[in-house]
Design a protein around this ligand. Structure first.
Ligand code: GRF
Length: 197
């Protein structure tokens, strides 16, 4: 059984896709041990609660220093003892110690076809704004392993999505979520779970 912890910051639609995948069996041999969120108001916390999944809000704002936040975050992760950490719209810089301790066991979903529109400053709607202003006809999403860089780890899966005439960043974001993110992230977890002893 692959034990996963999902880290979130916002609406949690990717978390919901994972919850639904575990429930309907499309994500096999996997258990969501917990959800960690850095934002008390995030709807992702409600999604976890609705599914009876232990959820923990650990926000940098409630600590006197970044080091104290990092230590608390890492302590909670170690307590949950996951085989895999899934970053699903998680907008927090990861502690170096975490990347070392969980090397090759942290994955992230990014809403573009890496290496386009990624790296520092490219997150959420900003990614789609950049794609539209560049005028690309195809964008998509990428699941990749997390290393010390920003969106630089080994690519696991990608899925292309068409950019349509009249797309706004919001419309494009929704299409990329529906047609790509919510499919390739659960599929990636299922694949890793299948390879897990
Ligand atoms: C969205 O911008 C999504 O494209 C990216 O993270 C943000 C929040 O997604 N992966 P979610 O609804 O919280 O999963």
């Amino acid at each position: 059984m692959l034990k996963i912890v999902v880290c979130v910051s916002g609406g949690g639609t990717n978390l919901q896709a994972i919850i639904d995948g575990v429930a309907d069996g499309s994500i096999r041999n996997t258990k969501i041990a917990g959800v960690i969120c850095n934002n008390a108001g995030a709807y992702a916390l409600k999604r976890a609660e609705n599914s009876g999944i232990p959820a923990f809000c650990i926000s940098p704002k409630s600590f006197g220093s970044r080091t104290e936040f990092n230590d608390a975050f890492l302590q909670k992760l170690d307590e949950l003892n996951p085989d895999l950490i899934v970053l699903a719209g998680f907008l927090v810089i990861l502690p170096e110690k975490m990347i070392e301790r969980y090397r090759d066991r942290i994955i992230n979903i990014h809403p573009s076809l890496i290496p386009s529109f990624c790296g520092t400053g490219y997150y959420g709607l900003k990614v789609h704004e950049a794609a539209l202003s560049r005028g690309v006809k195809v964008t998509g999403a990428t699941v990749h392993y997390v290393d010390e860089g920003t969106d630089t780890g080994r690519i696991i899966a990608q899925k292309a999505v068409e950019v349509l005439e009249g797309d706004t960043p919001e419309i494009l974001q929704r299409r990329v979520m529906e047609q790509a993110e919510w499919k390739i992230l659960p599929e990636a977890i299922d694949k890793i779970a299948a390879e897990h002893e």
